[in-house]
Write a protein that binds this ligand. Structure first.
Ligand code: DGJ
Length: 759
């Protein structure tokens, strides 16, 4: 992160109007501009800075431009309203006549409920990419620091803090980040969902009033907004302008889109605080979660390209090859048995799997989901010799060993609960309604955090554990810490626990899992290495869930596993080729009792693991692209290497289409000037086709064409049966001698994999 040095003598009052910028501050980077006006109130006092523009790069604005701009944006005053246009500062205020949701909400025993913040200083970072504004209302006893940073990916990160400078406690209700979007952003997109169907998109017109999404579930949830976006109506995968905002926080949260009759349109986000949750003592500071905001003039792909780059630039972003993983959950559930798991490990190693994760069921008396959460000691009943024999077997086969934990939880049927019933995150004298037979631990109690650290750290010290799957399987209800609302304290305490554990165990990786893919946000991802996208391994469902999770997250952060032939969540049966083609676009793994799979299935799965290991340098560094494919029953998407010399595309048929022959495949993201050799790739067998004769290029086993032609005329589409996907690998041929037989061409060899023959 850009470091922002405090200006000398940063105590206020201090106003630096940035006169070299004519009363404006202009951040520019990666094709994005954020222009702030350092406005003054009619009485001449400095008001709050206003965002004049967030979007396309405005280029270099000289003082003549900025002087003219000041006049150009002086708004008309219509009849029937206040005498002066209402300013829309960074933290819009009721005290200046703002009619929407204010930027700061709170009070001091009823007083100071509508602060009037003035700019008391601002400071830009040395590289010009960040600015900190300091605002204060001395009479109300409030001081705010608002930090805006534009990174090299064009992502705007906003962090704010509010200090109580008064003599009495201040009850904070909300500290929001609010971003204006222009009038042509007429359509909204955000997400909802449920267990096994996370991140379902929902669109609506951006009408007058507020569209508000609140999450009061104490953790990021399957139905959280995820990304809140406004765009030019009809914006698509690769067209339209889109403004997107994400709150990097795993507790309660609120995001909104609000339009007012004066033409203001804003997107806003804040931590959702319960009554009385944050009471600031004199001189105490509240720091709000960061908001990350991305602008794109190339539709949703532009949004994800910026967020993916932003995430990949983080110092802690995983860069080692993401190990092909086998997770034991759908293979054995709670039926832990050394012989069975040892055999599973043998089969996994034969396939080229690189990490085995032992899921729920290894500790205390945990033979079902009804007991033992909190008792993080290896079960003597099912593991009489401890986990050592399995761990040694797994690591002896050259695989990493990972372990499932759910540290924030406790079952009433546990030794921990029997010893410390008061450690539950609950009001004194009553328990919240149970969910999955469990309650939540009050991690903000130092003794609870200490116990959890000791148990988890102890496990890593005792066994060579390189990975925790960190689960969280219930909402926080009635969450009460030290007699008041406790979600904020819980979230901060859990972050601190994760940070401490990672600091004590460098190299330890952690997966964020929560009833599948509930807790997915950039707060938890600051201290975890991947997310479990969903509990459904049904590839049809996964096609959608991964597409939308991938809007924010690059493939290497998304756990994507090949499930058994018959899905455990939907009972649908899908071909191995479709399941593999779906799981490849993420951090690939297997979640299936492969000891019971047939020899041909295992051979095909081994080929899939090999393909993943060969392709991951591309998949985990390249640019994700999604065509605006005209047939609503199919998708055409892929990953293109940064140098555009290599790509993998998936043409997936999700439902039958309206036409006899589907529209041609036109491929986005390639270099128009270069040529590509396109080869079908079928590591786990060919997809099922619904045509009597394939398109010519496919019958020929591939084709070489210019990127320009592929992006415009494209390739005639094959007719795929529903729930089938065709993978196509692209290699740039310019400067490369004509290809001879390709040893990796497993398309032609699919018979050897035991895949069903082409109909
Ligand atoms: C919920 C997770 O999402 C599953 O993958 C599995 O780990 C179970 N919990 C175990 O209880």
């Amino acid at each position: 992160m850009t470091s922002i040095a405090e200006p000398a003598g940063s105590g206020h009052p201090h106003v630096d109007d940035g006169t070299d910028e004519g009363g404006f501050v202009h951040l520019r980077r990666a094709g994005v501009s954020v222009l702030f006006a350092l406005r003054r109130d009619p009485d001449g006092d400095p008001g709050q800075p206003e965002i004049v523009h967030w979007g396309t790069d405005l280029g270099d604005l000289d003082s003549t431009d900025l002087t003219a701009l000041a006049a150009a944006r002086a708004a008309a005053v219509p009849r029937g309203v206040a005498d002066e246009p209402v300013p829309h500062g960074l933290l819009p205020e009721r005290a200046r006549g703002y009619r929407g949701r204010p930027g700061v909400a709170g009070h001091r025993d009823g007083a100071d409920f509508a602060p009037l913040l003035r700019r008391v200083g601002h400071h830009r970072s040395a590289d010009g990419a960040a600015v900190v504004f300091r605002l204060a209302d001395e009479a109300a006893g409030l001081a705010v620091e608002s930090r805006w940073e534009l990174d090299a990916a064009g992502i705007l990160r906003i962090g704010q803090q509010l200090r109580n400078t008064g003599a009495e406690p201040y009850l904070l209700a909300e500290l929001a980040v609010v971003l204006p979007v222009p009038a042509d952003a007429g359509e909204l997109l955000d997400f909802t969902g449920r267990w096994s169907r996370e991140r379902m998109p929902q669109r609506r017109p951006f009408g007058l009033g507020a569209w508000t999404r609140e999450n009061r579930r104490g953790r990021t949830a399957a139905d959280s907004a995820y990304l809140t976006m406004a765009g030019t109506p009809g914006f698509g995968n690769r067209h339209g302008r889109v403004w997107a905002l994400h709150l990097a926080w795993s507790g309660d949260q609120v995001t909104w889109a609000e339009a007012q009759p004066d033409g203001t349109q804003i997107l806003g986000a804040a931590e959702l605080l319960a009554p009385g949750e944050i009471s600031l003592a004199p001189d105490e500071t509240y720091r709000s979660p960061d908001v990350l905001a991305g602008y794109s003039d190339t539709g949703l792909d532009g949004v994800s390209e910026r967020f993916h780059r932003h995430l990949r630039m983080r110092p802690g972003h995983p860069v080692s090859p993401r190990p092909a993983t086998l997770n034991t959950w759908e293979a054995v559930y709670f039926d832990h048995d050394l012989a069975r798991l040892t055999e599973l490990a043998d089969r996994a190693a034969e396939l080229g799997i690189e990490r085995l994760v032992l899921d729920d069921g290894w500790f205390g008396g945990r033979r079902s989901d009804a007991s033992s959460l909190g008792d993080w000691v290896v079960s003597g009943q099912v593991w009489p010799a401890g986990l050592g024999p399995l761990v040694e077997h797994v690591t002896g086969l050259g695989m990493q060993f990972g372990l499932w934990v759910e540290p924030e939880m406790i079952n009433p049927d546990s030794d921990l609960f029997r010893a410390h019933p008061d450690w539950v995150l609950a009001p004194a004298g009553r328990l919240p309604p149970p969910a999955r037979h469990q309650q939540v631990l009050d991690v903000a109690r130092p003794e609870v955090a200490a116990l959890l650290f000791d148990r988890l750290d102890g496990l890593v010290k005792e066994y060579p554990i390189s990975y925790f799957k960190w689960d969280h399987n219930r909402d926080l209800v009635d969450a009460t810490h030290a007699g008041r609302a406790g979600v904020h304290a819980q979230t901060v305490a859990v972050y601190a626990l994760l940070d401490r554990l990672r600091a004590a165990n460098p190299g330890l990786e952690i997966e964020s899992c929560a009833s599948g893919g509930a807790r997915i946000d950039l707060g938890i991802l600051q201290r975890t290495d991947r997310v479990w996208v969903s509990d459904t391994n049904d590839a049809r469902e996964r096609q959608d869930i991964q597409r939308w999770t991938g809007l924010l997250l690059p493939p290497e952060l998304m756990g994507t596993h090949v499930g058994p032939p018959r899905s455990h969540t939907t009972s649908r049966t899908q071909s191995l080729s479709f399941r593999v083609a779906t799981a490849l676009f993420g951090h690939f793994g297997v979640e299936w009792d492969i000891s019971a799979a047939s020899e041909p299935e295992r051979a095909a799965l081994g080929a899939a693991v090999a393909a993943y290991r060969r392709l991951r340098p591309l998949l985990h560094t390249g640019t994700a692209v999604h065509a605006d494919y005209p047939d609503p029953g199919a998708t055409l998407s892929g990953v293109v290497a940064l140098d555009r010399g290599w790509a993998l595309f998936s043409y997936a048929r999700l439902a039958t289409g309206p036409g006899e022959t589907p529209p041609p495949l036109t491929f986005p993201g390639l270099d128009p000037k270069r040529h590509y050799r396109i080869r079908p790739l079928a590591p786990a067998g060919e997809p099922e086709f619904g045509h009597r004769r394939p398109p010519g290029w496919l019958a020929d086993g591939g084709v070489i064409l210019a990127g320009r032609v592929l992006a415009t005329i494209g390739l005639a589409a094959p007719v795929l049966d529903p729930e089938q996907a065709l993978l196509l690998e692209f290699r740039c041929t310019d400067g490369v001698p004509p290809a001879g037989p390709d040893p990796e061409d497993n398309w032609a060899d699919s018979a050897a994999t035991g895949a069903p023959p082409r109909p």
